[in-house]
Design a protein around this ligand. Structure first.
Ligand SMILES: [Zn+2]
Length: 434
């Protein structure tokens, strides 16, 4: 168990990191350096030698290595991002960059995404320095910039230009996993992420014959675009179960005593109730039209019309995604990727998964650990370029009424002090023996 100082520090570090405003507005508009220096100072005080790395001024990343006791073991990467998404102060009941601690809760942007985890990592390695603890595996600690935008100044830059810092790393833990999901019927579920869907943000362009709005026109770009957008939006994607999602469904079915598990997945999802939300977005690919652009005058048919689609695909289902888009857009509408990233899959029968499960169960014996696949993406995608298998493991024990998913990028983001204490305990236990 973490000592009293680690418990104090995790709360203080979370609060102080929130106060260092690292809002990422995209397009390079962010400055993580103060938070990076904050982390580096605390790592140095724990006897580590942090390296600060920037691709662009102010966009600072921090990397440090802790030597493990077992030189034959592969290294483990532990990463957290330092930037946060924007917050509008007028919408919040406390100032989003106050880091206020009130009634046992730390408030502010980054409280769960993910300055809490940054603080937990710092608190744990500092406790180890006091106690003379060394982990079994080499640990590479990475605090990254730019996760909330393109990762080009953050994990993408580190993977591309500083691969040597991650030498020997085969696995990683990062955000979004091992938080308490309350199913509304008294069960506490701790989903650990072992996969991510890939991202395909698409631009659709329909071309046609421009002309007067009063004339017959069978080559209207707006009509063509609208038809393609409707086909995409209404498309029923087929079930595609990755190994992680298959394991998630099986374990949830067992937990709820549901037989006939995987031969009718849609029926299973209906029977799971609220817990279905842990898997329903990851049993198939998806493509949602989100933006439309066409025309400049009511009585003029434009020669071109454009739409944007937020597409996501499962591991192993990207080719099918592309082929389906070709079909749905048809001959009169072109599509291209505006942003593309890979889908990830990490094994749930690996020893590291068993270690994560054991660490959660030690401090939440009433909890049920299940794997899950993230519907979106994290820095793990970038680090996968180095052959590193990423898991989402940022442990938090949340009381009933805390909707973790809604707090992500939400108004009044906050985290209970108790949740941070649990996180430090679980992380400490896991990282020692992983
Ligand atoms: Zn995040």
């Amino acid at each position: 168990m973490a000592d009293a100082q680690a418990r104090d520090e995790v709360v203080r570090f979370t609060s102080e990191l929130i106060r260092l405003d690292t809002t990422n507005r995209g397009g390079g508009d962010c400055r993580e350096r103060p938070a990076a220096e904050y982390a580096a100072e605390r790592l140095a005080a724990a006897g580590l030698e942090p390296t600060l790395l920037e691709r662009a001024p102010g966009r600072t990343n921090v990397v440090a290595r802790i030597e493990g006791t077992d030189p034959s073991a592969d290294a483990l990467l532990v990463h957290g991002h330092l930037d946060v998404v924007p917050a509008e102060a007028r919408d919040w009941s406390v100032h989003p960059f106050s880091g206020e601690v009130r009634d046992g809760v730390v408030w502010g942007r980054g409280a769960v995404d993910m300055k809490n985890m940054d603080a937990m990592i710092l608190a744990v390695v500092r406790a180890w320095a006091r106690q003379g603890v060394r982990p079994r595996r080499d640990l590479v600690l990475a605090f990254t910039a730019d996760e909330e935008a393109s990762a080009e100044d953050g994990a993408g830059f580190l993977a591309e230009r500083h691969a040597g810092l991650f030498e020997g790393c085969t696995e990683a833990i990062g955000e979004s996993g091992a938080f308490t999901f309350h199913d509304g019927a008294g069960r506490e579920i701790y989903p650990i992420a072992a996969g991510e869907r890939g991202t395909g943000w698409l631009k659709l362009t329909a071309r046609g014959r421009a002309g007067h709005g009063s004339k017959v026109n069978r080559e209207n770009a707006v009509t063509r675009l609208a038809a393609a957008v409707t086909r995409i939006g209404e498309h029923e994607w087929p079930l595609r179960l990755t190994p992680t999602v298959r394991a998630a469904l099986s374990e949830l079915a067992a937990l709820y005593g549901i037989e006939t598990a995987l031969d009718d997945v849609d029926a299973l999802l209906r029977k799971l109730g609220p817990a279905a939300s842990l898997v329903e977005a990851t049993v198939r690919n998806s493509a949602n039209p989100t933006m439309l652009e066409a025309g400049y005058k009511l009585n003029v048919i434009p020669g071109e019309a454009v739409a944007y689609v937020d597409g996501r695909y499962l591991w192993g289902a990207e080719d099918e995604f592309r082929a389906t888009l070709d079909e749905l857009t048809g001959p009169d509408v072109d599509w291209e990727f505006r942003h593309h990233s890979v889908a990830l899959q990490a094994p749930v029968d690996a020893p590291i998964y068993a270690e994560m499960r054991a660490a959660v169960q030690e401090f939440a014996p009433e909890g049920h650990v299940v794997p899950y696949c993230m519907s979106g993406g994290t820095d793990a995608k970038q680090f996968s370029r180095l052959g590193i298998r990423g898991y989402g493991f940022a442990p938090l024990k949340l009381p009933e009424g805390y909707d973790y998913q809604a707090l992500f990028h939400g108004v009044d983001e906050c985290v209970p002090v108790e949740a941070l204490h649990f996180g430090v305990d679980v992380l400490d236990r896991f990282l020692r023996t992983a």
